[in-house]
Design a protein around this ligand. Structure first.
Ligand code: 13P
Ligand code: SF4
Length: 386
C-alpha cells in the first residue's frame, strides 16, 4: 500500500474523523464482542485494510464487520460504498464500490432485496428511484450534501422560465424533486458528454447545467456549448485554491496534483489531471506516479492507496461531514432495524427516473472520462434566486 503523508490546506490542522477510529461507538454497546470466531471470520477483511487501520482499533471494528456481513446474508442485502467512505466501511463491508455513476449503474443490476447506501442521501434516493420495489436504507438521515441543499424544484422551474427551450442537465448531487424538473442527469464522470448530448438532442448551443457552479464552469472549458448554471457549491471542494496547488507543488517536489471537477476552475487550470473520483483512482492505478496529491475528499487517498503500493499520497485533510456520518455502527443499526428507509413519491420518482435513465442510456465509456486541465476560464451565466 502507498505511503500517506498528511498535508495542510484550508483551516484543518489534523485529519480526525468524528465517529470513526477511537471516537467510534463501542461494539459492546450493541452486545457485540471481539471473540476468537469474529477474529477468524474477519481476518481476510483486516488484511485488506491493515495498512490504514491500526491493529489496536481492529477489536472495536471487527465485531461490526462480522455482524454486518451476517445481516447482509440474512436479509439478502448489498452495501453500495462511495469512494469517500472510510477504509473500514469501503474495504470491509462495501459490496459495490465506486463513484456516483458506477453506484447508480450497479444499483440497476443488483438482485438484492435490500440496498444500504454507504454514501449520502441523494445517492440513496437515486438507488430508490431506480429500484422502486426494493428496500433502500440510508444509515444516517443527516448524510446530506451542500450541492443538493443549494437548489429547489421551484428554482429549476424559474430557470426554465428565464431560458425557455434550453435543456436542463442536473448533476446527480441533487434532490429527487430537482431531478424530476430536469431533462437529464449527469455525474462528474460524464458531465461534458451529457451536456453535448443535450445540446444536440434539443438542437441548441446553450445548456443549463445545475446545481454546481464550479462543475458547470469546468464543463464550459471543455466544450463550445454555452453554459447557464446555478450558484451551488460543494463545501469540501470549494475550499481548494490555485494557491494550494502551487504550495503543494513547492512543498512536495515532483508531486502530481489531481483534482475533482467540483474544485474551482483555477484549481483545474493548475492541476495535472482532473476527473471524477473513479477517474482519479483509475489514473493513479494505471500510471503509478511516485507522488500524488488528490484534491478531493480526504478518505479517497486511503482507499486508492490500497491498490497503489509504489505511490506516495500527500493527503489534504478536507472531510465531507455528510459522508462521515456513515459508520460501521450506523450501517449495523440500519441493517438490524431496517432503517432509515428511503421513500420517493411515485409522481416525483417517475419524472426523476426519466432524467436518470436518459443518462444511463448513453454509451458507457470504457474508462471514466477526464477533464483536460490547464484551460483558461470561460464566461458562464450563474443564477441565484433569493
Ligand atoms: P463522484 O461522482 O466523482 O464520485 O463525486 C461525488 C461527490 O459527491 C463528489 O463530491
Ligand atoms: Fe456533497 Fe461535496 Fe460531500 Fe460530495 S463532498 S457529498 S458534493 S458536500
Amino acid at each position: 500500500m502507498g505511503r500517506i503523508i498528511d498535508a495542510l490546506t484550508g483551516d484543518q490542522d489534523k485529519c480526525e474523523i468524528p465517529g470513526h477510529g477511537s471516537d467510534a461507538a463501542l461494539p459492546q454497546g450493541h452486545g457485540l464482542a471481539f471473540t476468537a470466531e469474529v477474529e477468524r471470520a474477519t481476518a481476510a477483511a483486516y488484511e485488506r485494510v491493515k495498512d490504514v487501520v491500526p491493529a489496536v482499533e481492529w477489536p472495536l471494528l471487527a465485531p461490526y464487520v462480522h455482524a454486518i456481513n451476517q445481516l447482509k446474508a440474512e436479509r439478502n442485502a448489498v452495501v453500495l460504498a462511495h469512494n469517500y467512505m472510510t477504509p473500514d466501511v469501503f474495504g470491509c463491508v462495501g459490496d459495490i464500490r465506486g463513484d456516483s455513476l458506477q453506484l447508480a449503474r450497479e444499483a440497476t443490476r443488483t438482485s438484492a432485496d435490500v440496498i444500504v447506501q454507504a454514501g449520502v442521501y441523494f445517492m440513496a434516493e437515486t438507488a430508490k428511484i431506480l429500484n422502486p420495489r426494493k428496500t433502500v436504507l440510508i444509515p444516517d438521515l443527516r448524510a446530506g450534501c451542500s450541492l443538493a441543499a443549494s437548489i429547489t424544484a421551484r428554482d429549476v422551474r424559474l430557470m426554465r422560465e428565464a431560458h425557455p427551450g434550453v435543456p436542463v442537465v442536473t448533476y446527480v448531487n441533487s434532490s429527487a424533486e430537482v431531478k424530476a424538473e430536469s431533462d437529464v442527469c449527469c455525474t462528474s464522470s460524464n458531465a461534458v458528454q451529457v451536456t453535448e448530448w443535450a445540446a444536440a438532442e434539443w438542437g441548441t448551443d446553450k445548456v443549463i447545467v445545475i446545481p454546481d457552479e464550479y462543475l458547470a464552469r469546468n464543463v464550459a472549458t471543455q466544450t463550445s456549448i454555452r453554459i447557464i448554471t446555478w450558484q451551488g457549491r460543494c463545501e469540501v471542494h470549494e475550499r481548494f485554491t490555485a494557491a494550494d496547488v502551487a504550495n503543494l507543488k513547492q512543498s512536495f517536489p515532483g508531486a502530481l496534483v489531481l483534482a475533482h471537477p467540483e474544485c474551482p476552475p483555477d484549481v483545474l487550470a493548475a492541476a495535472d489531471y482532473a476527473g471524477s473520483t473513479a477517474a482519479l483512482a483509475d489514473w493513479v492505478q494505471k500510471n503509478a506516479p511516485a507522488k500524488v496529491v488528490l484534491l478531493t475528499e480526504c478518505s479517497m487517498s486511503d482507499n486508492v492507496a490500497q491498490g497503489s503500493p509504489t505511490t506516495e499520497f500527500v493527503r489534504p485533510c478536507n472531510l465531507c461531514p455528510h459522508m462521515k456520518r456513515i459508520t460501521l455502527a450506523s450501517i449495523y443499526e440500519a441493517l438490524r432495524d431496517l432503517k432509515h428507509e428511503v421513500e420517493v413519491p411515485e409522481s416525483v420518482a417517475l419524472r426523476a427516473r426519466t432524467a436518470i435513465e436518459r443518462m444511463l442510456a448513453l454509451p458507457p465509456s470504457a474508462r471514466p472520462l477526464d477533464f483536460v486541465t490547464g484551460r483558461p476560464p470561460v464566461d458562464v451565466v450563474a443564477m441565484h434566486f433569493t
